[in-house]
Write a protein that binds this ligand. Structure first.
Ligand SMILES: Cc1cc2nc3c(=O)[nH]c(=O)nc-3n(C[C@H](O)[C@H](O)[C@H](O)COP(=O)(O)O)c2cc1C
Length: 190
């Protein structure tokens, strides 16, 4: 059976992003269950309605990537108890120009990490509201990962057994969830 094409969107433009580390660990832990691709968002210009016709080249690339994906995985930090600006900017571009949103009907999962006790819970709630408004299908459950300096090693392995089991179950759930939206081959080919 063909693998689901999973678009991974990390809501950070930081070189040493712990959320990118988590995303890389998730891809590794999925052991090839998905055809995963990281979508770049840090080269998208600041959203400006004056620049929609035509959209800048990085935006066209990003929208095409979304549209080609079977499912999306958002791995986000929390900034001031909300969605980081770089991620909100990407979501806004994906939704535009008016009538040409790239988001509707994509199955999507949200996860994130920070060192805080409630991790990225508030940002994830804000993100869910925005994505729901754009018509994505959001996987249920909650995944707030409290980051510790040694949680993920240099090989992208999760070192804590409890967290690793939790993330594996999360990935299994995502594979099943994405499968519910996959088109049967005969329909897809028609
Ligand atoms: C502007 C800013 C706001 C932040 N606000 C929060 C916050 O509301 N909650 C939280 O848990 N951490 C917050 N942090 C700390 C981040 O969790 C931390 O910087 C983390 O490394 C960001 O993820 P990243 O490494 O993937 O970019 C904030 C950091 C910055 C730079």
């Amino acid at each position: 059976m063909a693998k689901h094409k999973l678009g991974v969107i990390v809501g950070s433009n930081r070189r040493e992003s712990i959320n990118r580390k988590l995303a890389q660990a998730l891809v590794r832990l999925s052991a090839g269950a998905f055809e995963a691709k990281f979508f770049q968002i840090d080269d998208l210009p600041m959203y400006n309605q004056d620049r929609e016709q035509p959209v800048p080249e990085p935006v066209a690339r990003f929208k095409a990537e979304i549209e080609a994906a079977d499912a999306l995985l958002f791995v986000t930090p929390e900034h001031n108890r909300s969605i980081p600006a770089v991620l909100k900017n990407a979501i806004d571009w994906g939704a535009r120009p008016y009538g040409k949103t790239s988001w509707p009907d994509k199955p999507a999962a949200v996860i994130g990490t920070s060192g805080g006790a409630i991790s990225t819970a508030v940002a994830q709630q804000h993100l869910r509201a925005v994505l729901g408004n754009q018509g994505l299908h959001l996987m249920g459950g909650e995944a707030y990962i409290q980051f510790k300096p040694d949680l993920i090693d240099a090989q992208s392995e999760v070192t804590d057994e409890t967290v690793r089991k939790f993330l594996k179950a999360y990935l299994d759930q995502l594979a099943g969830f994405a499968g519910r939206f996959a088109q049967p081959a005969a329909v897809a080919a028609a």
